[in-house]
Design a protein. Sequence first.
Lengths: 114, 112
Amino acid sequence: NAGVTQTPKFRVLKTGQSMTLLCAQDMNHEYMYWYRQDPGMGLRLIHYSVGEGTTAKGEVPDGYNVSRLKKQNFLLGLESAAPSQTSVYFCASRQWTNSLSPLHFGNGTRLTVT
Amino acid sequence: EDKVVQSPLSLVVHEGDTVTLNCSYEVTNFRSLLWYKQEKKAPTFLFMLTSSGIEKKSGRLSSILDKKELFSILNITATQTGDSAIYLCAVSGRTNAGKSTFGDGTTLTVKP
């Protein structure tokens, strides 16, 4: 009963380096989301996907790219990391037919950019 | 643009106290308001509210929604140290692809 799995759990990057965060869910959810959480600022939406092959920008998309090649996976990429991207990143998913359903979250990836 | 404001931002109480957390919102074509509890890692779901005036309860926690005044409250009675967490409020509209807009959260600390 894995739910939503994020890898890696921790990562330290130098400014300008690139990386990809992987999110995998085994609940057959259509909707998937990437959020970032900074101290005192709650969760802010970076990008989201309403189904395989689709992506859309959220509230704070600059500096990030995403892909949803398979329904169960949602990748978040940083092409050239900046210190402002130091944050905790959460992936979440939910059933597509009903925005009443709660979000299921992964355990987060703590990223530090030096 | 959807907006959620939570208050207070932080709260320190002693075990046995009762607390009330507030969430006010603005959202286009309201669909639902959800409360989550976040301890060390991922937020976990507490309540979903869609209808005004109907209280949801789970043990010592309860929540209610006022759609006219655009707010919700989360009550915790007889608090315990295990209630220490960040409590997040989020709203979703009917036309925004299932997106949720979150407030900044209330950090609750319960001291023994």
